[in-house]
Design a protein around this ligand. Sequence first.
Ligand code: BTN
Length: 253
Amino acid sequence: MLDKVKYLQKLNTEKFGREPFFFECLDSTNSYALNNDLPEYSLISSEKQTFGRGRSGREWISMQNGNLYFTLVLPIVAPEKILPINLIAGYALCDSVRKYLDCRLKWPNDIVFNCKKLAGILIETKFSGNNLTKIILGVGVNVNCKGVSEEVPNASSIAFEFGDYMCRESILADFLNVFENYWRDSLTGIISIEEKWRDYSAFIGNYIEVHINGSREKLYECGVDSNGALIVKEKSGKMRKIYSGEIGYDFCC
Ligand code: BTN
C-alpha cells in the first residue's frame, strides 16, 4: 500500500489530496468516488482494481502491484470546463513523469513515451436531473509493473522505460502539486491551454488517425483551441475542430 506519511511529506497542495483514502482493493476508484459522499478535493487510491474503467468503455487492467490507480473528487465547475480540465490534468501528469522521461500527450490526455502509453485519465460526472452534482478525475499510471498485458500492445511502464523502480508517492504528490496550480490558473484564465499544447503534444504537425464513435479518419494535427478541442486539417485543406473521441496509436512507430 502507498505510504501515507511519505506521501503527505511530499505533498505541498493547499486542498487537493489533503484527505487521502488508501485501499488495498476496490472495484474501481472512480466508482468509489462516484458512489460515496466524499468531500471535494478527496483522493481515493487503491493498490488493485477488479473493474478498472478506461476511456470509451474499455477496461483498465489494474491487477498488478506497483502502479498508481487513483481518483480525485473535483469541485463542481461549468460543464464546458470539463474538456479543458482533461488537458490540464494531462499537462500536470506529464510534468510529474518528465522528471524521469520526456513523455508527451496524445489527445486528449494519454501520457506517451516513444509511442507507448504510460498513463491514462478518465473524467466522469454525475447528474441529478440537469444539475451536475459530481466531477471526478481518475488516473491510472503504469509505474513499476514489470510487463504490460499483451492485450495492450502500445503500453509500457515508467520503470521499464527508465530502467529503475520509481517512488509512487513522489509521482502522485508531484502530480497533485502541479495540478493544483494549473487548476487555479485555468479558472483565473492565466494558463493558455492552446499554447501549452505545443510543448506537450506528441503529434502536432503530423498526420494522425482520429477515432470517433467507431470510425477512423486520417487528419493533420494543428493543435488545440482554448477549450481543449483538437484542431485538425482534412486532406482537402478544410479545418475542423474535434470535441470528443481520441487519437489512435495507428501512426506510432
Ligand atoms: C484511459 O483509458 O486512458 C483512462 C484510464 C483511467 C484509469 C483510471 S485507474 C483509476 C481510475 N479508476 C478507474 O476505474 N479508472 C481510472
